[in-house]
Design a protein around this ligand. Sequence first.
Ligand code: ZN
Length: 309
Amino acid sequence: MIIGIDVGGTNIKSGLLDSNNNLVFDQSRPTGTTMDQILNNLEEIVIELKNRAETNFGSTISGVGIGVPGVVNKGLDHVFKCTNLGWNDIPLGKILKDRTGFDVFIDNDANLAALAEYYIGSLKDKETGVLLTLGTGVGCGVIINGKPYRGGNGLGLEIGHMVIGENFYNCSCGKNGCFETYASATAIVKHFQKLVDDENVKIDFEISSKEIFERAQKGEELPLKAVERYTDYLALGIVNVINVLDPEVISLGGGVSASGDFLMDKLTKKVTKNLFVEGFPSAVINYASAGNKAGVIGAALLAKEEISK
Ligand SMILES: [Zn+2]
């Protein structure tokens, strides 16, 4: 069996993947705040899952895969930067191998979600596919020739930070105009708040991307205005991805993807209108389908792939 771990800003999700790629056990616990706490939690999780594999499944562990919300080296053992967790230059693979004895492989969480989609979800059996996760930011994982693409140094295809305009607020990376400042859940909330302030409107609800989409669907003017701008820019970013990569599929995951046909219909119309070659076959756009455990499954699949090399 393989251990998969998905380290998020709030919770660490983890589980056991069997040889048929079934997640046979999974759990979640708070991430912790300090570096020491998080490392101790990760060590405990590995030991606990090793024991569980032996006791409940009569199985041993052949490796550990970990997803982190940050930048990882191409050797898959060193976390270069993880803004959410305040990590810089952490040799996480070596630290956990020393503490647990297992081989540990690490990758960016969006890359691993894409790997899970490739094995069991919306990118299944596609040679070339892109997963965009529309949440706090815009995460991106790319599969090329059936393999996760990481670029020359491990920083390949940070589509969320592709610059597509001049925006009214700066990106978390410090630059202005990044795709994620237009296309993340955070982006539509910030823009809606700006509309409310600019037009001096009184609202009686708490602003969230879910609320904005629901109200837009009912035809409310201001939410609809926010959704139109949101889908304009999301389509623009997707057209850029199509022009550069020409993937077979572009899947959308993250909170915003719960908006269903309402979002998808607007989006596909706007993408089609902006294609470089009109009428030529282009990427199918769909929603991610591997579910909310994709990060854990993808992490385990990473370790499985690396061990079998
Ligand atoms: Zn940025």
